[in-house]
Design a protein around this ligand. Structure first.
Ligand code: UTP
Length: 408
């Protein structure tokens, strides 16, 4: 793309300031910037409209979960069923590790965070250990597809290499990169990360299947006959990956996706809960539930909206392919975005200073015809690390790991 073409594209998008330092750049930097302008899709940029930015809700009604008592009754059978599928190579795992973990405040990928106390224990290591509990039981490895982004790909791959994949067979671990989107200030102007670089950030965790396709990873899924993909977040160190009973339950249910859920601590807990929206599975945020809905009970006297999601889903591959061409909604997310200021100096904000644009995996649930919410014990399977301190922090995750017998 030439300078003139770039200027035209930027002017149409109201982003001419991107070329402010053009004359100060070396020739190579100028070429890189023009290439970046060419690749960037400025049409994703929007500002909050005070309503719901086109993400209006349909009619919400309850969706029943498979609860612990039922799961315990059938556990042996479900586990055997799931193990058979795992042994037959029908299950793959997808680790969503493309996020920037801005709340944790480390520049490194979240998975390389060391949560050990008396010894090293990395988040990635915890996850691999959890996965190996299952593959040891099954007697064979499964594919682990790791989604990274432009921001953390190289560091993530080298980290796995340096640690010999924490004992997991390397040939079963494949990395792929997600797409990026521009990040803007509160006026919708894209930030510059450097004088010759537009600030971009990963475009959310919803594009993982499309990115698997674009990067050629989906070929492995097809060639090896994987029928189920277990997608999970990097930041839950108690993540139970490819859980055989969960696999067995999803298969038996005939549902297109399974979602691991935990019982709400109280009706007012601020978590997104599973529901039906216009008759299809969905997740409703706590602030979207009326007081009446929060306290609504079902015929057994249990709260009707009682199960929160923990970002561990088991998707049927054939169903993912069916919905692949559906565009997911784009969410405007307020975040801390590093940028260079008017004097050209880098700034790392302490507070949110603009918007990123993200597609979310939870919106994929609504594209599925049927979903099995599957209850798990919160203290055994949910120890998210989002913040430095306090709720969902390194500290709280450490306490939960210790409760589960992990030496730190
Ligand atoms: P979060 O929503 O917690 O986002 O991600 P984050 O970027 O990691 O953290 P903050 O909000 O900036 O502090 C939930 C899961 O989705 C992945 C994350 O890596 C994590 O596993 N994710 C998030 C991606 O893979 N890509 C993204 O673009 C965003």
């Amino acid at each position: 793309m030439t300078y003139e073409q770039a200027l035209r594209k930027l002017s149409e998008a109201g982003q001419q300031h991107v070329l402010k330092y053009y004359d100060e750049l070396s020739q190579a930097e100028q070429e890189e910037l023009l290439a970046q302008v060419e690749q960037t899709d400025f049409s994703v940029i929007r500002l909050p409209d005070g309503k719901q930015n086109g993400l209006e809700r349909g009619e919400i009604s309850p969706l029943k979960a498979m609860q612990l008592d039922e799961i315990m009754d059938k556990e042996k059978y479900l586990t055997q069923k799931g193990l058979e599928s795992i042994r037959a190579g029908k299950v793959g795992a997808v680790l969503l590790a493309g996020g920037m973990g801005t709340r944790l405040g480390s520049d490194a990928p979240k998975g390389v965070y060391n949560i050990g106390v008396t010894k090293d224990l990395y988040i990635f290591e915890c996850l691999i250990r959890n996965l190996m509990r299952v593959t040891d039981m099954a007697g064979n490895p499964i594919y682990l597809f790791v989604m990274t982004s432009d921001k953390n790909h190289d560091t993530t791959v080298s980290f796995f290499e340096e640690h010999s994949y924490f004992g997991y067979p390397k040939e079963y671990v494949r990395f792929f990169q997600q797409e990026m989107a521009p990040a803007v200030d509160y006026n919708g102007k894209v930030f510059l990360e450097e004088k010759g670089k537009i600030s971009t950030s990963p475009n959310g965790n919803g594009g993982w299947f499309v990115s698997m396709d674009r990067s050629g990873i989906l070929d492995i899924v097809h060639e090896t006959g994987i029928e189920w993909l277990n997608v999970f977040a990097v930041d839950n160190v108690l993540q139970n990956i490819a859980d055989p009973a969960f696999v067995g339950a999803c298969e038996e249910s005939g549902c297109m996706v399974g979602a691991k859920v935990v019982r709400k601590a109280n009706p007012d807990e601020k978590v997104g809960v599973m529901c039906l929206e216009d008759g299809k599975p969905s997740i409703v945020e706590y602030y979207e539930l009326t007081d009446e809905m929060r306290h609504q009970k079902d015929e057994n006297g249990d709260y009707a909206y009682n199960f929160g999601v923990i970002l561990n889903y088991l998707f049927r591959v054939s169903e993912l392919e069916r919905i692949m061409s559906h565009e997911l909604p784009l969410h405007i997310v307020e975040k801390k975005i590093a940028y260079i200021n008017a004097d050209g100096n880098p700034v790392k904000p302490e507070e949110p200073n603009g918007y990123k644009f993200e597609q979310l995996v939870l919106d994929m649930i609504h594209d599925m015809e049927t979903c099995l919410p599957y209850e798990v014990v919160r203290e055994k399977e949910f120890a998210p690390i989002k913040n430095k301190e306090g709720v969902d922090s390194v500290e709280s995750a450490r306490a939960l790991l210790e409760k589960n017998g992990v030496t730190l």
